[in-house]
Design a protein around this ligand. Sequence first.
Ligand code: GTP
Ligand code: MG
Length: 317
Amino acid sequence: LTRAEAVLGVIDSRTPEQLEAALRQLAGGLAGPIRQLRERLLDLLAHLEAGLDFVDEEDVDPIGRAALTRELSAAAVTLECLAATLRERDSPAGPPWVVLTGPPNAGKSRLFNALLGDGRAIVSPVPGTTTDYLSAPCLCDGLTVELVDTAGIEPAANMIGTAAQARRAEQVRRADLVLECVPCDVPPTGPPVPGPFSYLLRVATKCDLAAAPCDRIATSAATGEGLDTLRAAITAALRSQAAESDPLSATGARCRNSLRRAGECLRSAGETLAACGDDALVAFDLRQSLEELGRVVGAVVTDDILDRIFRKFCIGK
Ligand SMILES: Nc1nc2c(ncn2[C@@H]2O[C@H](COP(=O)(O)OP(=O)(O)OP(=O)(O)O)[C@@H](O)[C@H]2O)c(=O)[nH]1
Ligand SMILES: [Mg+2]
């Protein structure tokens, strides 16, 4: 299943990074190590089940406690490493870049401060206050983004202005998401920023001073109105962007969940073993764990395990 999805990933990839990720997955990626781990757990389960179901058979040697504990904890460690690899592979190079832009005096810097909850940017009624850009990590609805305040868009009057506009343009180019900030009583006039829809959010500022327009996200850095809505909109736009642009993200999420559940089952198996040592209960947890791993590599547990019991112990021959 992971390989089939990786083939789809190769076809769908739109950037060299996506192609590389898809090719890596196609070349084995996670499927290989997960299959190996699954093999070890299947062996373990075969031993346990054989001990439970075929106690009278002479060639069945029930697995010892110490060996079982050792195997379970080794498998749990391997699983943790796999999950860590997946987390690393899935996380992009850095936090999403969210850039405030708009005309001078629009209230960008005050909004920047309000979203961060501090006063690091200079705010003043004089247009052209911000020249260098400022950036800081900002927590939006559980997602950390890098929030960037920039100079207001205006024709450069001197060398400082030219440098400020160049820096602003560079930040907008680099942005994953642009917040176009315009006071709520002024219609946004600038040309729409190029890029996909989720690249731009239109924000109305200073909504405490005039009635809020309905087609923009209405905010007031003075009263705090609309800031939560803006935070939620930032997170939603970035999440929809990620889902659109990464054809492998669905596979990643699916694998992550299954690996997490498989790990939980193994931990539970270890705890059961330590608490009461009931093989049937340990086997139950192991089976659950295998089912989760099987989901990742697209295999069926029941047939596999039966096949192994009969192959290994020659029962019924
Ligand atoms: N009433 C009110 N005033 C605001 C609000 N946001 C900003 N202001 C005021 O508007 C003026 C400009 O605010 P800034 O945040 O410095 O504007 P800016 O967009 O960063 O301006 P430049 O850096 O010059 O491009 C300041 O006097 C702010 O106090 C708001 O939500 N409500
Ligand atoms: Mg400013």
